[in-house]
Design a protein around this ligand. Structure first.
Ligand code: GRE
Ligand code: ZN
Length: 324
């Protein structure tokens, strides 16, 4: 398919120098090339997009990005500078690139102001937040259901832009279940479990009753949720712990979430997501350069989805959601 749009597409930078955050995810042999791909926007990336029928990338900063900058001042400063850097690169090919804002969630007022600046002044189409934020002390983890973030969600609803909830690894002192099995960390397993659980926290917090227009995007075909949401809804009413939300979690999944194909190029999993959520809420993405853009595009172009689902997932849903 030509003219695909992809939206979990990461970049890094050396000014300010954030690219090193990704080194731990690569071997010493593969890191130099990955680093080059993270730092590039308008050269290697654009040529790959041309070759693979990808019309537009919506760019986002690598993970954990700003979310690990527990000293709030640095978070505010770097988010602003990195968003400016992205805007400058996007301006070289505005017909090929859009942006998600990186946000200093350590300072909720500043995060609201930066989201508004990015959308209104820089033309960004939403924000991407890498899970919980460390705030003040590196051992804290504040999740997005926290009441301090409700003004942020109100801002996103008012600006009518979605928020991409992207994975990060749990803090070192929260890794007991992974102890002795380091291969379970990162994208092999922990990213999905942690991010899926974070999304369930949002559902259970009443956030979507208060702000029904909020739209959250999950990568990796929904971080396990489409496959398991029935069981969560099945068991919650029997829980002695109680929960005070108006709808079933599946309702929120169907009304307040989109999922992308980033890093999950498996046709049966896509079929399950389509059956559970409907093809209108699924979007093509690659997760470059942590994943191969070629593998993502060739997989998508090779499956027999048939129109109109192929066009919806590959392009049309993104045009509608991001008003492109
Ligand atoms: C991602 O962005 O999803 C990602 C990383 C690091 C390793 C693998 C991966 O940030 O998919
Ligand atoms: Zn990613």
């Amino acid at each position: 398919m030509r003219n695909k749009i992809a939206l979990e597409e990461h970049f890094g930078a050396t000014d300010p120098d954030i690219v090193g955050q990704s080194e731990e995810h690569f071997t010493p042999e593969t890191w130099p090339e990955a680093r080059k791909q993270l730092l590039d926007i308008n050269d290697i990336r654009l040529r790959k997009m041309d070759a693979l029928g990808i019309e537009r990338n919506i760019l986002s900063l690598l993970a954990p990005g700003i979310q690990s900058m527990y000293g709030g001042k640095q978070a505010v400063d770097w988010a602003g500078r990195l968003n400016d850097h992205a805007a400058k690169e996007i301006a070289k090919h505005p017909d090929r690139f859009s942006g998600f804002a990186a946000l200093p969630m350590q300072d909720p007022d500043a995060a609201c102001a930066e989201l508004e600046r990015c959308v209104t002044d820089l033309g960004f189409v939403g924000a991407l937040v890498n899970g919980f934020s460390q705030v003040g002390d590196p051992s804290t983890a504040v999740y997005l259901d926290d009441r301090r973030y409700w003004p942020f969600w109100e801002t996103a609803q008012r600006l009518d832009v979605p928020v991409y909830l992207h994975p990060r690894d749990p803090l070192e002192d929260q890794q007991r279940i992974y102890e002795g099995h380091p291969w379970l960390l990162g994208s092999a397993w922990a990213f999905s479990v942690e991010t899926g659980t974070h999304a369930l926290r949002l559902m259970g917090s009443g956030l979507f009753d208060a702000y029904p227009g909020v739209q959250v995007i999950l990568g990796h075909l929904g971080e396990l949720l489409p496959y398991n949401i029935w069981r969560t809804d099945h068991r919650i009413p029997m829980s002695p712990r109680g929960i005070a939300v108006k709808q079933k979690f599946a309702y929120y999944l169907h009304h307040n979430f989109y999922v992308t194909t980033s890093g999950n190029f498996h046709t049966p999993s896509l079929a399950d997501a389509i059956v559970e959520m409907g093809a209108d809420r699924i979007l093509f993405s690659t997760d470059y350069p942590f994943e191969s853009m070629e593998e993502a595009a060739n997989w998508y172009d090779g499956i027999e989805l048939g129109d109109p689902n192929l066009q919806k997932i590959g392009r049309e849903n993104a045009v509608r959601l991001f008003k492109l």
